[in-house]
Design a protein around this ligand. Sequence first.
Ligand code: F6P
Length: 363
Amino acid sequence: MTCPEKTIGVLTSGGDCAGLNAVIHAVVARAILGYGWRVLGIQQGTQGLLRRPVDATPLDLHSASPAVARMAGTILGTTNRGDPFAYPMPDGTFKDRSEEIIEGVRLLGLDALIGIGGDGSMAILRRLAQQGGIPFIGVPKTIDNDVGATESSVGYHTAVMVATEAIDRLQPTAASHDRVMVLEVMGRDSGHIALAAGIAGGADVILVPEIPYTLEAVAAHIKKLRQGAHNFAIVVVAEAVRDKTGAPVQLRHALGNATYGGIGHVLGEALGQMTGAETRVTVLGHVQRGGQPTWDDRLLACAFGVHAVDLVAEGKFDRLVVWQKRRVLDVPLTAAFDPAPLEVSDDTLVRIARGLGICLGDG
Ligand code: F6P
């Protein structure tokens, strides 16, 4: 295809996940092989655009090879801190540094920018693009799978695979010791990872933030299991599930921010007391973000990367690349901000879980 020579930038933003390097590889391959363009990889999300000289390196088919695509993490680095519109300064104040970032894009001479991020990153990057007139395309990634309009985001399948493997490994030790094993998984405010991995791994109880639960219902299910089917139980809980008072369980970090974490232990303690069963808790944490991307995350990443570059060639901007019904498509970027929680009333996986006799905590 003939298309005037261009320089495009690519960056990763927000929490990392498996499959980011596969998107970068696909962007580079399509831009260079398909159009003969130059690709600049911007380091550490918008942080690279704040530095002077701007922190960006040319990417070629060697630096973003298929071998790199197999690796977890991101060769560009990323950050989920430092909102450019309220950037934390050393003296404790917050400063709007958006114009510096826009200037960074200009200094690189970019004809377009492709940003790989979750809903939070998309909101920031779109705001910057609108303010600076930057031709921008968004590629959705997040283990949480909560970006609007796309059935899957890059990184989600790998996280589900890791959580499923964890259940597979917990089951034999739970059975050997007649224990209740609680597995806390990530997902921020959505229960996608917990539900999918819980079903795939054969959990007995799955608790997600979208479905209110009672400890009594969970304890009764475990007691019933232990009197009949088997003398152990696997409980999968999403990190944003609230405690019995309805409060979120969070960890406050040294830098002042807070993340979900700890509901597994709260639950384990309560269920141990209520059922009399010996209970152990595993918090899976960031291992869900690492490891080689699964085949389907790689496929999604390749589809998204190629499609994003084709959109640049078509001059179609302010778009979000999405996966819907086995096709890669694009929708207005604003669709990213409509959260994609489990639709509890008609979600297929909720119905399947119930059909399998898995307790979802609601009776
Ligand atoms: O959004 C991805 C995610 O891994 C969430 O599932 C989790 O709550 C959060 O990021 C953890 O953030 P951090 O990497 O800052 O600990």
